[in-house]
Design a protein around this ligand. Structure first.
Ligand code: HEC
Ligand code: HEC
Length: 395
């Protein structure tokens, strides 16, 4: 169908149906590049090069250790759960599931948001029940739907069973008597996450190179701001800076089809004002991260944008406005950081702590059938202790 005609028809229908005055201003826009840039610069900020703070400094040793821990499944109760199981490189730090699966396939209550740029947000998790990425990582160790360890001590025993890790903790946290702690696990992984920043063409645009965005992306940016999206999705992460009710104008589940409404932050604070309140998610890389919303109830970005206008702002967007907003959101896709795009090679070992004694015996007898293989394995273990880790991929 003719695009223009379609959007006019949609607009008319809605105006009648809800008697909301829909702003049909697609023609304003990019004709005045300079004004659009100024308006955008007031609302958004380019990404910094990393998310280090005085309280959470990043050092190459911490980042390197944190990167390995992020990809290592052996610290979980059943030996299958790493951060990267639910925050996959190939899916831009998400897992594409409505609810992630942790140890022993236990289902999480919500969908996994990305780890990319996550450290720049004011709070962590959909309901803001984690203070920062360090707090998040530390608590994941003993969270039953995540790593599932009964306590920090048993998690640390698994880490210590892999000798190279103790050395890496010592280097990352010098002058500490026993640096292998849950706190330092959180700090190391947090330091790594603080390097996972993905600048995009939108950042080039914000620093003044207006041609970095196409005309339709610029039009989408204008519509995004004029419709009111940027009232909540703003700042460096295009979100991640405040809590808001999901469903300001209308119950969200009527539009998303969510089976069981999640009460959001209310379940954390028990404050009635927090009913159905969630953290406004950052929209950086959003086009690469379906499914959408906290329960993954919506499959496409077009549909998510349409629903947002409806339930947050009481507006029905024309097809054209929805499309240009999506075009703008596509410009928020950055390149994966090298140290996330590539998985690290992990130090071998640790079977004593992650396998039962019987399984361990089986592994040993199987490999000792072949003496060459057995000694090769032992040589590998020994070599690892003296190995200098590659610094490639780190800034
Ligand atoms: C079993 C799957 C799973 C594992 C393992 C897992 N996560 Fe997550 N992650 C999730 C889910 C689900 C959420 C959303 C939780 C919520 O908000 O209720 C989440 C949220 C997060 C967030 C918050 C993002 C935001 O925008 O608020 C960060 C950061 C994060 N995880 C990092 C990690 C790190 C680091 C690890 C390893 C220590 C890890 N995750 C392990 C599933 C997982
Ligand atoms: C009143 C604040 C508010 C306004 C205005 C708003 N949003 Fe949202 N947005 C939210 C909240 C809160 C969520 C999280 C909902 C949930 O719990 O899943 C969200 C989620 C989203 C998501 C899903 C992100 C993801 O990773 O699943 C997209 C896309 C989105 N908004 C785009 C928009 C667009 C486009 C507009 C304008 C038409 C808009 N939003 C207006 C608060 C707002």
């Amino acid at each position: 169908m003719n695009d223009h005609l379609g959007s006019v028809m949609a607009t008319v229908t809605v105006t009648v149906a809800s008697s909301i005055i829909v702003a049909t201003i697609p023609a304003r826009t990019a004709s005045n590049d300079g004004q659009l840039l100024k308006d955008a610069q007031r609302v958004f900020k380019p990404l910094p090069k990393d998310a280090a703070t005085p309280d959470f400094p990043i050092t190459p040793e911490r980042v390197e250790l944190g990167r390995m821990l992020f990809f290592d499944p052996r610290i979980s109760i059943d030996g299958t759960v790493s951060c990267s199981r639910c925050h996959l490189t190939a899916l831009y730090g998400t897992d594409g599931l409505p609810k992630s699966k942790g140890a022993f396939d236990q289902l999480n209550d919500r969908r996994a948001p990305t780890v990319l740029n996550a450290a720049l947000q004011f709070k962590i998790h959909w309901r803001g029940d984690r203070e920062n990425v360090e707090d998040q990582a530390r608590k994941a160790l003993t969270f039953s739907e995540s790593f599932g360890n009964p306590d920090n001590a048993s998690a640390m025993a698994k880490l210590k069973a892999i000798a190279s890790y103790t050395k890496m903790f010592q280097r990352a946290f010098p002058n500490e008597r026993d640096p292998v702690t849950a706190d330092n696990w959180g700090k190391a992984i947090g330091a790594y996450e603080r390097t996972l920043i993905t600048p995009s063409r939108f950042d080039e645009y914000l620093t003044g190179r207006t041609e970095a965005l196409s005309k339709s992306e610029q039009q989408g940016l204008r519509t995004f701001m004029d419709t009111g999206c940027s009232g909540c999705h703003n700042g460096v992460v295009v979100g991640g800076g405040m809590f808001q009710k999901f469903g300001v104008v209308e119950d969200y589940w009527k539009e998303t089809g969510s089976q069981k409404p999640d009460k959001g932050r209310f379940d954390v604070t028990m404050n009635p004002a927090d009913m159905y309140v969630f953290k406004v998610p950052g929209l950086r890389n959003v086009a690469m991260e379906p499914l959408y919303f906290h329960d993954g109830s919506v499959r496409t970005l077009l549909e998510a944008v349409r629903i947002m206008a409806r339930v947050q702002l009481g507006k029905t967007l024309s097809n054209q406005d929805t499309n240009t907003i999506v075009a703008f959101l596509n410009s928020l896709t950055g390149k994966l950081p090298q140290n996330f795009a590539e998985a690290p090679v992990l130090p071998p070992g640790g079977f004593a702590a992650t396998q039962s004694a019987d399984v361990k015996a089986d592994i040993i007898s199987a490999s000792s059938n072949d003496r060459t293989e057995q000694s090769a394995i032992e040589a590998g273990f020994a070599a690892w202790g003296t190995c200098e880790y590659s610094r490639s991929g780190l800034r």
